[in-house]
Design a protein around this ligand. Structure first.
Ligand code: CMC
Length: 429
């Protein structure tokens, strides 16, 4: 007999189905609760609400486990290429040689963006934040490829949209950077790897040859894999909800980029470096900052600390911390910020406030330090996160579409005025 949970409402017993996931995760299915009892459930921030059943990413926050389609993040970060991981997330399995060759070839040959898009960039003020530009540019791709929006879009149309997005996001991200700095745009190069091509578009100049540094390329590959998916986080949930209205993939991902930008989500990597810089300039001890973070009357938070689901450690942060040491050493970079970060981590990890609340460094705490060492400017950090998260957004959008999920539309408990008559402006005075 299938498991059920019992809810007692006004003395009446209601049986609710229990759903069990493949890792024995449990959920109570309340989808019929309102139609049978008139009640809804209330859960601001969806802290305890599952919005879908998904076969993409498994996350055990208590034990610091993260797996994409069953493969551990540690193994993937160590051995795979970002395109292999992208394929895995989107199609469900690691590609064989032939599948990978086709995927790689298709991505490589969609990297150019329409020349008209240059004029969009020209209209942005110099110094415009690259995330603002990127979100707009990705949404505008749908106007160049209207078949992505067609109600009768075919599987081939969807495939093309997916490949175009993966191919064009690095091009547009690098162009956003070049525009921000007032530098000439570099075109994509089809003889480079996915990461190598992005690096040459970012750092290359038409006046000189650019050689991709292998250490930098490998580090970037690892960082992108670590960010590639994270189940139903804020931006991914956004992509699924926007996509659930049958909006096209470009617009759904553009909305995801906007959601990622906030400092509580992907924008934290920029905020961490800004915080560490402030601490360095301040020159005083760390206690002051720890005290500020603990003070409920102070809006300061220790950026890069805490996570909605990880309460012991974030496995991505563990990998990134080791990688930060390796990359800085290999590139001969000595960044005082890294020492401040490590010291801050130690102080916080031994402080009761942080221990009690299960606050540990998250993926963003050390990633910015590597990005800095790679020469990536601070306001591009969240763009780097978006590059990494793209296959996750696509895989989740595809799964939502294939599962024919209903339009995302939460309920609410209304707390405003009860009915009252309209009063004319004369009477209101
Ligand atoms: N510094 C100080 N106190 C904190 C912090 C922090 N970074 N994070 C959480 N707390 C406290 C919070 O004040 C609350 O205390 P109390 O129970 O006394 O009211 C308690 O810890 C629980 O926090 P919460 O805000 O209810 O937890 P949440 O699950 O809603 O928020 C979070 C998670 C990531 C938004 C939050 O920890 C935070 O703001 N961290 C800093 C921003 C950050 O690093 N974001 C990147 C997240 S990882 C990348 C990604 O996937 O987005």
């Amino acid at each position: 007999m299938s498991e059920t949970a019992k809810l007692i409402l006004h003395g009446q017993e209601i049986d609710l189905p229990v759903i069990t996931g493949s890792e024995n995760e449990k959920a109570i299915d309340i989808s019929k609760l309102r139609s049978t009892t008139g009640y809804i459930t209330l859960d601001p921030g969806f802290k305890n609400t599952g919005s879908t059943q998904s076969a993409i990413t498994y996350l055990d926050g208590e034990n610091g486990i993260l797996r994409y389609r069953g493969y551990s993040i540690e193994e993937l970060a160590e051995n795979a290429t970002f395109l292999e991981v992208a394929y895995l997330l989107i199609y469900g399995d690691l590609p064989n040689t032939e599948e990978l060759a086709y995927f790689d070839e298709s991505i490589t040959h969609h990297t150019l963006v329409h020349e008209n898009m240059k004029r969009f960039f020209d209209a942005f003020p110099q110094g415009a934040h690259p995330m603002g530009m990127l979100s707009s540019m990705i949404a505008s791709l749908s106007t160049f490829y209207p078949e992505s929006q067609a109600s009768n879009r075919s599987v081939t149309d969807i495939e093309k949209t997916i490949h175009r997005l993966i191919a064009k996001l690095p091009t547009l991200a690098a162009q956003a950077y070049k525009h921000n700095k007032g530098l000439p745009v570099m075109y994509p190069r089809n003889d480079q790897s996915y990461c190598g091509n992005f690096l040459q578009m970012m750092f290359g100049l038409p006046t000189e040859d650019y050689e991709v540094n292998e250490v930098v390329e490998r580090a970037l590959n690892k960082l992108l894999i670590l960010h590639a998916d994270h189940e139903q986080n804020c931006s991914t949930a956004t992509v699924r909800v926007v996509g659930s209205s049958q909006a096209n993939l470009y617009s759904s991902v553009s909305a995801g980029i906007a959601a990622l930008w906030g400092p509580l989500h992907g924008g934290a990597n920029q905020a961490v470096i800004e915080m560490l810089e402030t601490i360095r300039r301040d020159g005083g001890g760390l206690e002051k900052w720890i005290d500020k973070a603990k003070d409920k009357n102070d809006s300061f938070r220790l950026m890069g600390f805490g996570h909605r689901v990880y309460k012991n450690f974030d496995p991505r942060a563990t990998i990134i911390k080791v990688a930060a040491d390796e990359v800085l050493e290999a590139l001969g970079v000595n960044d005082p910020i890294l020492d401040i970060a490590k010291e801050l981590e130690q102080v916080a990890l031994n402080d009761e406030y942080f221990i009690q609340r299960g606050l540990y460094p998250n993926v963003d705490f050390y990633s910015g330090i590597i990005y800095r060492a790679l020469g990536i400017p601070t306001d591009m950090f969240t763009v780097m996160f978006a590059l990494g998260r793209l296959p996750g957004w696509i895989g989740q959008w595809k799964e939502m579409t294939e599962q024919s999920e209903p339009i995302g539309r939460p309920r609410q408990v209304y707390t405003g005025s009860t009915s009252r008559p309209y009063v004319s402006l004369t009477e209101r005075g």
